[in-house]
Design a protein around this ligand. Structure first.
Ligand code: DP6
Length: 332
């Protein structure tokens, strides 16, 4: 078993910081085929392949400065040393920094924190790019993706814009986000936020609990591998209906496997189910709109630009994101 620190040391040479300050941005990503379960808990090696879409300029900006003591602020709020977010951030930074180097980490999200909107993914991706700049590693995106994965598995997909796949190789050096060379200009993601409070159970814990207790977990893995192939092919062919149907099915089977854990994990709230009924009614009226749901009650709608007006009639408060509104690389 290779442990985190020696794994990191095999990917980059652990230079001391080359400057006092660095800043970086990374987009949030929404999985169209989910990562839920690990082959290797320490290195976040996924049990199944997953595929996501990044949310352009919605994500996290991280500023990193050398400081007299470690500190963390999220959206201008100081996070205490005892909080799990503080511990997780500095456990990650200790993989790369000598103990005597202290850092002030300031992070700003343009998406609700911990509402199942994958902000830990954009946070660890941005933090990794910022450390690369601070220490002048000049590492490749592939290497940065492997390192970001150690902070949060889904972070490895936030190193890129557009569609990103993450394959389920056993080899930790092959476990990184791979951008797909497809631009789908008409594609839109709609955010339906019913609750922007902390998740009832963090995804890390919920994932492990499902893997350890659900009798349906193996079936989820098998189905999800098939879903991945179908979603991947549908994106390449720009077959929207197959993409939407399969992404929605993948999310619903994820929530089904969570329901079958002991005790059950239930993220949906009454508003979630009401919105799902409305989405299904829209589809009966030939509006192709689908949803996906992560570790929270909120929904992310998937549709094409042409149907925006109709969908807004039912969901006037939906935030609309054009995932292909950026053309640059995440690193630039
Ligand atoms: C439901 O990446 O947060 O968003 O690797 O334990 O940090 P850890 O888990 P995390 O899980 C994300 C779960 C998900 C699905 C997905 O993004 O693929």
């Amino acid at each position: 078993m290779i442990y985190k620190k020696s794994y990191a040391a095999q990917l980059i040479s652990l230079n001391p910081p080359a400057r006092e300050f660095a800043e970086a941005f990374a987009p949030s990503n929404i999985a169209l085929c989910k990562y839920w379960g690990k082959k290797n808990l320490d290195l976040n090696i996924p049990a199944t392949p997953s595929l996501s879409i990044s949310l352009a300029d919605r994500g996290t900006k991280v500023q990193l400065s050398i400081a007299p003591r470690n500190s963390l602020s999220i959206n201008s709020k100081n996070i205490t040393e005892e909080s799990p977010a503080f511990k997780r951030t500095f456990d990650f930074l200790e993989l790369f920094m000598a103990k005597n180097i202290k850092l002030a980490v300031q992070s700003e999200n343009s998406i609700p924190t911990a509402a199942g909107l994958a902000s830990s993914a954009s946070f660890f991706a941005a933090l990794t790019i910022a450390i690369d700049k601070l220490c002048n590693w000049q590492a490749s995106l592939q290497t940065l993706s492997c390192l970001a994965r150690l902070g949060s598995g889904s972070a490895c997909r936030s190193l890129h814009h557009g569609f990103v796949k993450w394959l389920d190789y056993d080899d930790p050096f092959k476990s990184y986000g791979i951008p797909m060379n497809v631009r789908w200009e008409e594609l839109r993601i709609g955010l339906l936020i019913f609750d922007d409070k902390e998740k009832s159970m963090p995804s890390r814990q919920a994932m492990l609990h499902t893997q350890n207790t659900s009798p349906l977990y193996q079936a989820w893995c098998n189905n999800s591998r098939t879903d991945f192939e179908v979603v991947h092919a549908a994106i390449k062919k720009k077959n929207f209906q197959t993409l939407g149907e399969t992404a929605e099915y993948n999310a619903l089977s994820l929530h089904a496997v969570m329901l079958s854990a002991r005790p059950s994990i239930i993220y949906s709230q009454p508003e979630t189910l009401k919105a799902i009924s409305k989405i299904h009614a829209l589809r009966q009226n030939s509006i192709l709109v689908y949803f996906t749901q992560d570790a929270g009650p909120n929904l992310k709608l998937i549709f094409l630009e042409n149907d925006l007006e109709c969908i807004l009639e039912d969901f006037p408060r939906m935030e609309v994101i054009n995932p292909f509104s950026r053309v640059d690389n995440v690193e630039s």
